[in-house]
Design a binder for this molecule. Structure first.
Ligand code: TXA
Ligand code: MG
Length: 332
């Protein structure tokens, strides 16, 4: 049972952040590994703790829509008036699992953005994250609190297991409600573009903005995705155990001895799984998303030779689920 952090833990965490230390904290999506986004030295520690390549920029967490405007430089946008209006239209989706890419404001340390001219900003909706932002009174740079390339953490113990003593303090807010990383939306071009799908779906964004929004690039275009957003590497979110999508197995294909199955529909494997994990008995995608990363971590410690995972239609939340599973199934 999680031991939920108290207000005095939050005050302590804010003090550590002000001293340039690393604090892991819950958000509604996944746990983040936080540092003061204005402190270059503190941000360097994030890259070191995760083993993250320095060309992969971090997301900055702020408390309010005014702070989104403050830590971006909207005057440098392709059309400041239009981008101002987009931010106003997106405001009802915050706090929530949406990060927007804007020109970087002068207060954000350059290494947060991998030295680039743009910054990702979001307002998380977990009450503990919001309380931490209020207590700290500044922007918090926080990637997911996992070693680079591994599955993102959705509980405080996931953080402890994989980053342990590399973090100065871990706030515990229980299991994450959404379970998948935020939608990343670029506002750098006349047609906004989703770079990473998440729980804020394309339809929700088109509806909020009242204009066309481009979807994430298809895998055939993944090279240019990497140029747009260096962090969106083809392989990501991967357990150490090899993983295959059930749709990539041919009918009757032999699987290795000790193969596990991760199920979230009425799929009945035609092999006998050594371990079976069912994420939702009714195909509820919100439930699947919330439990997916925890289940991958669990199967990864079960001594399996292969994990075969179920698939769903890549529509709505299913798009984010399939994005993560396809990346997890890549070998390089
Ligand atoms: O839900 C989330 O977004 C979580 C929680 C902790 O907020 N954070 C998260 O951070 O997933 P991270 O670092 O694991 O993923 C950030 C993604 C990366 O794919 C990165 O490349 C992209 O956002 N990104 C960050 N800044 C960017 C920028 N300036 N331009 C393009 N992509 C950017
Ligand atoms: Mg990550």
């Amino acid at each position: 049972m999680a031991n939920i952090s108290s207000q005095s833990d939050i005050t302590h965490a804010a003090t550590l952040l002000a001293q340039g230390k690393l604090v892991a904290f819950p958000t509604e999506t996944v746990y983040g590994l936080g540092a003061d986004a204005r402190n270059e030295g503190a941000v360097t520690k994030i890259y070191a703790a995760k083993g993250r390549p320095s060309n992969n920029p971090l997301i900055v967490h702020v408390a309010t829509v005014e702070d989104v405007r403050r830590y971006a430089d909207i005057s440098a946008a392709w059309n400041p008036a239009v981008v101002e209006e987009w931010i106003t239209k997106l405001a009802p989706l915050w706090p929530g699992p949406l990060s927007v890419i804007l020109p970087r404001g002068k207060d954000i340390a350059p290494n947060v953005c991998a030295g680039g001219p743009t910054v990702a900003l979001r307002i998380p909706r977990h009450p503990l994250a919001l309380d931490l932002l209020k207590a700290f009174k500044g922007p918090i740079a926080a990637p997911s609190a996992n070693p680079s390339m591994y599955v993102s953490p959705t509980t405080a113990s996931h953080v402890k297991e994989s980053l342990g003593d590399k973090v100065d303090y871990i706030l515990d807010g229980g299991p994450c409600e959404v379970g998948l990383e935020s939608t990343v939306l670029s506002l750098l071009t006349p047609i906004p573009r989703v770079l990473r799908p998440g729980a804020i779906t394309l339809d929700m964004l088109r509806h909020a903005l009242g204009c066309p929004v481009e979807g994430p690039l298809s895998s055939g275009e993944s090279l240019s995705t990497e140029l747009l957003s260096p962090g969106l590497l083809a392989k990501h979110y991967s357990p150490r155990t090899p993983l295959k999508l059930r749709t990539s197995l041919s009918k009757g294909e032999l699987v290795p001895h000790n193969t596990g199955a991760l199920i979230f529909s009425d799929w009945k494997p035609d092999f006998t799984p050594a371990v079976t994990k069912v994420l939702s008995t009714c195909g509820d995608l919100e439930e699947v998303a919330a439990r997916l990363f925890g289940a991958l971590r669990e199967l990864d410690t079960a001594g399996l030779n292969l994990i075969v995972v179920d698939t769903c239609e890549p529509i709505g939340l299913g798009e984010a689920i399939m994005d993560r599973l396809v990346r997890a199934s890549r070998r390089s």
